[in-house]
Design a protein around this ligand. Structure first.
Ligand SMILES: Nc1ncnc2c1ncn2[C@@H]1O[C@H](COP(=O)(O)OP(=O)(O)OP(=O)(O)O)[C@@H](O)[C@H]1O
Length: 286
């Protein structure tokens, strides 16, 4: 099966031929398959946002190739092909609720499908379905989006992207600024979209517990390059002090350092407890 996303030897430079020239991506190659849940991590300025903007043609690489859902993205790509691609690759930027604008929640979410050519009836159906997917109850649909809680607003904004029925969802730190409950509900929703609807998720995050708990893959960026592309377990097993590790990983690694051999490094509290219980049940000392 063809990859959904293929980047080959991509370079991207801001301000070419100006005094403030800055190369943000260096020889980046990456593939993403349908149904992947990929997190992109890396220090500030490492090129994460630049990378995701290439995925639906918000920016074009100066060299190398970018192919997404069979469309090769370069400055001369046809406007119609780009529009079609943008309905299939939904982008959710940081604090997307700041882009809400309509008089009602339903109208706001219908905007995307209408813009991409759906009839008013289809647009309403798709909007209702995606609001349901993100857990917004029907009694809120006629409300102004500005009367909702922060977490609800963010979910409405994500519904606005989902209403165009994308196959790939690209998100830049979707939980920033939310409290614990709002954060968890967004992440569980993304997991459901990924597992039940096979929507590919590509997410920038700075939160290591999101990588540990939700991702199948982690792409680590440094100075515009992909430094690692691996599984969270492999990443957390080997990474050095650069990132703040989740509690369960810290405890797991400390136990390993003290001679406790796990079949696999625990990534979450639940996995940590299960592996300790397993060892105790076998009669060993935890
Ligand atoms: N419009 C721009 N013009 C010039 N330089 C830019 C522009 N946008 C980003 N850069 C530079 O390119 C580099 C990569 O930026 P990018 O936003 O991709 O990093 P990032 O990893 O997403 O960072 P953060 O985690 O802080 O969002 C940075 O050094 C940044 O200063």
């Amino acid at each position: 099966m063809a990859h959904q996303v293929t980047l080959k030897h991509v370079n991207y430079t801001y301000g070419e031929k100006t005094p403030v020239v800055h190369q943000a991506l260096r020889d980046v190659s990456l593939t993403v398959e349908q149904g992947d849940f990929v997190t992109i991590i890396g220090t500030t300025g490492s090129g994460k946002s630049t990378l995701i903007k290439l995925l639906n043609g918000l920016q074009f690489a100066q060299s190398g190739t970018v192919e997404v859902l069979g469309v090769t993205l370069h400055p001369k790509v046809k406007a119609a092909a780009l529009k079609q691609l943008r309905s299939q690759v939904g982008m959710v930027f940081q604090s997307p609720e700041q882009q809400l604008f309509a008089d009602s929640v339903l109208q706001d979410v219908q905007f995307g499908p209408l813009n991409f050519g759906a009839s008013p009836t289809e647009a309403e159906q798709q909007a209702r379905a995606s609001l349901d997917q993100v857990g917004i109850p029907t009694e809120l649909l006629d409300r102004s989006p500005f009367e909702l809680s922060g977490g609800q607003m963010r979910r409405v904004a994500i519904a606005g992207v989902l209403a165009s029925q994308p196959r790939v969802l690209v998100l830049d730190e979707p939980t920033v600024g939310l409290d614990g409950r709002g954060r968890r509900s967004i992440l569980e929703m993304l997991r459901r979209l990924n597992q039940e609807h096979h929507i590919t998720i590509i997410m920038i995050t700075h939160e290591m517990d999101i990588v540990a708990r939700y991702a199948q893959r982690v792409v680590v960026m440094k100075h515009g390059r992909i430094e690692q592309d691996t599984t969270p377990r492999q990443f957390f097993q080997t990474t050095q002090n650069q990132f703040v590790l989740p509690g369960a990983v810290r405890v797991g690694r400390a136990l390993q350092a003290n001679g406790v051999a796990f079949d696999q490094l625990p990534l979450t509290r639940r996995e940590l407890v299960a592996s300790i219980v397993h060892r105790l049940a076998k009669g060993g000392t935890a």
